[in-house]
Design a protein around this ligand. Structure first.
Ligand code: BES
Ligand code: MN
Ligand code: ZN
Length: 505
């Protein structure tokens, strides 16, 4: 997709479709204004009152031969006092998807001047432009890769335009940056959506390795022998039931002096989670090919950070495994000693994510990091708690939590904090080992995931934990008015890339 930014008047735009926007409260004035410009082309639309400016609504107007573009689309933004960056993002996404259904390829989008809009004040032109372009870029993703007849036609050229030259620089910078970030998010979606027969732990490592040299970061891969030497027994145990052995990936990006302490991202990379011996019910099990959404978010973040050349050091740790039932599988009742020497009773082999993350979080301490953030599709309980709109956020550092929250508000990859009070710890006590890998019944499922992980950070560093089981994939009912089709969202890439900006100097 080609993208450009232009300062031009709407009637001078030449495209398959030119899109304008209108708030509900100003819809009739906007239509009148457009009607004057386009010499009465909107007469019927105004007469029928079919366009009211409701959020995510669109109307198409066909323009006569005197005009440079044949089609004018008007996009409703809802009530001006209720607009948010996320609503803006989605409104443009919905419009772009409608253009796809008409197989239009060159489209021009008007950038509104929102400086007077109260609900969005405090957001600068860069941020507004970023939201708009993200909505469009992310909406062009499709799942047709394995259709032998692929009839999806993404927009081939997108032009953003405004007739007000006052924020050209910020807006064109935002388009450039968000293109890089959205490409990275789309790479994460591709990894997540990839079927697990085609994306085993080994293959995952290979794909990341291949991509890393182009983007400008490096990857080291530990195989099962190396993992055994290092006593990364949690990762090995979870992987035991699969013919596809586990891998541990270390991603490194140096954008600052090597002596500077890194930030570490840890991503859960379960390429398929059958539940193991504690096997899952068959309904919906196929979605568990996306149980590496955390790992995909880490990879996508490296792609973006390296291409944006952040001046900071970043380490990524990804335990990649397949969790399968087999004669060789690890079993409920087993006791495992983690990389850092903590003994764990396996109560349920389906609580495998926290096990592989335990080794990784202990390994992270070796770097004496500035901060460690893990991201994982950890608990089904996160969906019960949040639906599909928010990720669960936990941790031990108020400042870090606050920064992640703010990055979430800006990017629309929103998070909400849950507490990790020590009083929860005893729910994970084991008779036979230091800790067991489940809590009691279904109590506080998402918090219990965080409580387990907390033990392996040993309070050695500033840490945050993101449970993205709720947002890693988008269900059908959300997909219609959202930036992605049903399936992987790439959640985390935009959030992290925004967050890490503050470490880049
Ligand atoms: N990968 C799942 C969590 C999950 C469930 C992600 C649904 C996305 C959608 C995780 O490994 C898991 O199975 N967790 C268990 C934990 C339980 C056994 C303590 C769960 O949530 O039931
Ligand atoms: Mn599981
Ligand atoms: Zn899992």
């Amino acid at each position: 997709m080609k993208t450009k930014f232009e300062v031009k008047k709407i009637k001078d735009m030449r495209a398959d479709v030119v899109a304008s926007v209108a708030f509900e409260d100003e819809a009739s004035q906007k239509l009148q204004w457009l009607n004057t410009l386009f010499k009465g082309s909107l007469d019927t639309l105004i007469e029928t009152n079919d366009f009211k400016g409701t959020l995510n609504s669109t109307s198409m107007v066909y323009l006569g031969p005197d005009h440079k573009s044949k089609r004018l689309m008007i996009i409703g933004l809802g009530k001006s006092k209720e607009i948010t960056l996320e609503k803006l993002r989605n409104a443009y996404a919905v419009a772009a998807k409608k253009m796809n259904s008409l197989k239009l390829s060159v489209s021009a989008f008007e950038i509104p001047d929102l400086s007077q809009v109260k609900s969005i004040t405090g957001r600068n032109h860069y941020e507004i432009m970023q939201a708009i372009s993200e909505g469009i870029f992310l909406s062009q993703y499709n799942l047709k890769k394995y259709h032998t007849k692929n009839d999806f036609q993404p927009l081939s050229e997108v032009i953003f335009f405004t007739d007000s030259p006052k924020y050209t620089k910020e807006a064109s910078d935002a388009v450039r940056d968000s293109r890089i970030i959205c490409d990275a998010a789309i790479m994460a979606r591709d990894l997540e959506n990839e079927p697990s027969n085609l994306l085993t732990p080994d293959k995952f490592a290979e794909v990341v390795k291949k991509s890393s040299s182009k983007a400008g970061y490096s990857v080291t891969v530990f195989d099962e022998k190396k993992l055994a030497q290092l006593n990364m027994n949690c990762i090995l145990s979870v992987g035991k039931g699969s013919k596809n052995p586990p891998r541990f990936l270390i991603l490194q990006y140096f954008g600052a002096n090597k002596s500077e302490k890194p930030v570490i991202l840890v991503g859960k990379g379960v390429t398929f989670d059958s539940g193991g011996i504690s096997i899952k019910p068959s309904q919906g099990m196929g979605d568990m090919k996306m149980d590496m959404g955390g790992a995909a978010a880490v990879v996508g973040t490296f792609e973006a950070v390296a291409r944006l050349k952040y001046k900071m050091n970043l380490i990524g740790l990804i335990p990649a495994v397949e969790n399968m039932p087999d004669g060789g599988s690890y079993k409920p009742g087993d006791v495992i000693k983690s990389y850092g020497g903590i003994t764990i009773e396996v109560d349920n082999t389906d609580a495998e994510g926290r096990l592989i993350l335990a080794d990784a979080l202990e390994y992270a301490a070796n770097y004496k990091p500035k901060a460690v953030i893990d991201i994982c599709t950890l608990t089904g309980a996160a969906i019960i708690c949040f639906g599909h709109l928010l990720a669960g956020l936990m941790g031990n550092d108020k400042d870090l939590i606050k920064k992640i929250f703010e990055a979430g508000e800006l990017t629309g990859e929103r998070v909400w904090e849950l507490p990790l009070y020590d009083e929860y710890d005893k729910l994970m006590n084991s008779e036979i080992a230091d800790i067991k890998n489940t809590g009691v019944g279904r109590q506080a499922g998402t918090i219990m995931g965080g409580i387990f992980l907390k033990k392996f950070t040993k309070g050695k560093y500033s840490w945050a934990h993101l449970d993205i089981a709720s947002v890693g994939f988008s269900p059908a009912e959300l997909a219609a008015e959202y930036q992605t089709p049903q399936g992987a969202t790439g959640f985390g890439v935009r959030l992290f890339t925004e967050l890490l900006k503050s470490y880049s100097k």
